[in-house]
Design a protein around this ligand. Structure first.
Ligand SMILES: [Zn+2]
Length: 486
């Protein structure tokens, strides 16, 4: 009887394996024990922060190449040019005058190295001046210090970007010699800040520890006279060559049709680029590895793109769209995963509403009963951007906030902040999405590449000009230097 029962068990489990679809098998493998965790630890702890152009970044590229090769996934290094190099070693700040104390601060991306000294000015009615309800004072030779709200999540992050960009425009109008932003994170946490509406010349801009900035502003409000002395130690340089890592699993039926899964391998280096974006780099490597191991052959080609130069303005993915110009009509979908390691809640469909039914059909099968919310809003700020500018259907995975916002670009973005279990579940989600797009009946959904005119209309509908300006990508688009020509 026992033998009989065992036989039945065997038969049913064999049948189960046979009946399991590629997607189910892949999802199960990704949720099970895989090297993802070890990979992430290596990338964060052994390689470390990976600013594009540094030795650590080159090491990361080499490391990723090796990982794909070990998994027997075909891979290449794709060279592209970065326009400038900028890497801060440290910034020192001292307050002097009616009070003397040291402050913790860092420089904003592209602040020139050197020594700065200026009288600090706090404008009580800054909001009114921004709203043009009050005249702009002349701040020639002075440093403007501004308070900022706490940043708790991605919405706080975009609010910070927006406010900082408006203040930057204003500070330039008022002839300020520089800006000191209060850190939006408590407990003296500092982070790399990037958005800017101006290209050249740059006024120096700093992020000062929240508590230090609060103390300084309290003193200024009491009428005390204070100066800030800053010493910016940063390495800068001209253009240089960097590399994307592009791996692929060829399609068995439509090898020329391509689904891109992307995550950026570069990071800032105050932390070790764990949630931004090491976790999703290792996730893509693991998906490729498990697909190969299970001998899964998608109908269309799946490309695993580890972008470089993302933090400075998505240079790697921009280059990809220029280099592969002739292939772009065959790009079925490009996904970016870049919002940390919280559970994926759905996707941003970036003005391509036709993507929503495809996503719903995929997840109804792969994740029955799980509610995903897809949001048809365009994301500017990561590697989907140039695919959006080329009119290609593109997605950005949306995640639960977890601890992404508070550690974003900060010294605290380290391995211990990553929710590994969620990354593994997210890997299953991304894998089902990849196979869903690679194997779908394209005619059913009518996905298509948008023309330049259609992209322009979409940008207008979502009022995207200021957002694109604060990432310095509006002008290249308008002038036809970036994005689809016709
Ligand atoms: Zn990122």
């Amino acid at each position: 009887m026992r033998k009989y029962a065992l036989l039945i068990f065997c038969l049913s489990s064999c049948f189960y394996i046979q009946a399991q679809s590629d997607t189910e098998q892949l999802m199960e493998a990704l949720r099970g024990p895989t090297p993802l965790e070890t990979d992430l630890q290596q990338l964060c702890d052994e390689v470390g922060g990976r600013v594009t152009g540094t030795e650590e970044n080159k090491k990361a590229v080499k490391w990723a190449m090796k990982k794909f090769k070990q998994a027997k996934v075909s891979v290449e290094k794709e060279a592209f040019e970065m326009p400038i190099f900028w890497m801060e070693n440290f910034t020192e700040g001292t307050i002097s005058g009616d009070a003397d104390f040291q402050v913790h601060m860092v420089s904003k991306y592209r602040t020139d190295p050197g020594k700065y000294l200026g009288k600090l000015v706090y404008l009580d009615k800054l909001e009114d001046i921004i709203a043009l309800k009050r005249p702009k004072p002349n701040l020639k030779g002075k440093l403007l210090i501004v308070d900022m709200d706490l940043c708790l999540d991605i919405n706080g992050l975009f609010a910070e970007y927006d406010r900082a960009a408006r203040i930057e425009i204003l500070a330039n109008d008022m002839n300020a010699a520089g800006i000191v932003f209060m850190s939006t994170r408590p407990k003296k946490l500092l982070y790399r800040f990037i958005t800017s509406t101006t290209t050249d010349p740059h006024i120096p801009q700093f992020i000062m520890a929240r508590e230090d900035a609060q103390r300084t502003i309290r003193l200024l409000k009491e009428g005390k006279k204070l100066k800030l002395k800053a010493n910016v130690n940063a390495k800068t340089g001209e253009e240089f060559i960097s590399h994307n890592v592009i791996a692929e699993i060829k399609g068995s039926k439509f090898p020329d049709e391509i689904v891109v899964l992307g995550a950026h391998i570069d990071s800032w280096a105050m932390g070790t680029g764990a949630n931004d974006n090491g976790c999703n780099v290792t996730m893509l490597i693991d998906i490729a590895r498990q697909m190969k191991k299970l001998n899964i052959k998608p109908d269309r080609t799946i490309r695993f793109a580890l972008w470089n130069g993302e933090e400075q303005g998505y240079f790697g993915s921009w280059h990809y769209t220029k280099r592969r110009k002739k292939e772009l009509d065959n790009h079925v979908m490009a996904l970016s995963v870049d919002i940390g390691s919280g559970d994926i809640t759905g996707c941003f469909t970036n003005g391509q509403e036709a993507l929503i039914p495809v996503l719903e059909d995929i997840f109804n099968v792969s994740h029955p009963g799980v509610e995903f919310a897809n949001i048809n809003a365009p994301i500017v700020g990561t590697d989907n951007f140039d695919f959006m500018l080329q009119g290609i259907p593109n997605l950005v995975a949306n995640h639960k906030p977890q601890v992404y916002g508070i550690n974003y670009h900060a010294s605290s973005d380290t391995y211990d902040k990553v929710n590994i279990k969620s990354v593994k579940n997210n890997a299953a989600y991304v894998a089902s999405l990849a196979l869903g797009f690679a194997n779908m009946d394209a005619k059913k959904y009518g996905l298509k590449r948008k023309s330049r005119a259609e992209i322009e209309t979409m940008f207008e509908a979502f009022d995207l000009e200021f957002t694109m300006r604060m990432f310095n990508v509006w002008e290249p688009w308008v002038k036809g230097k970036r994005g689809r020509e016709k």
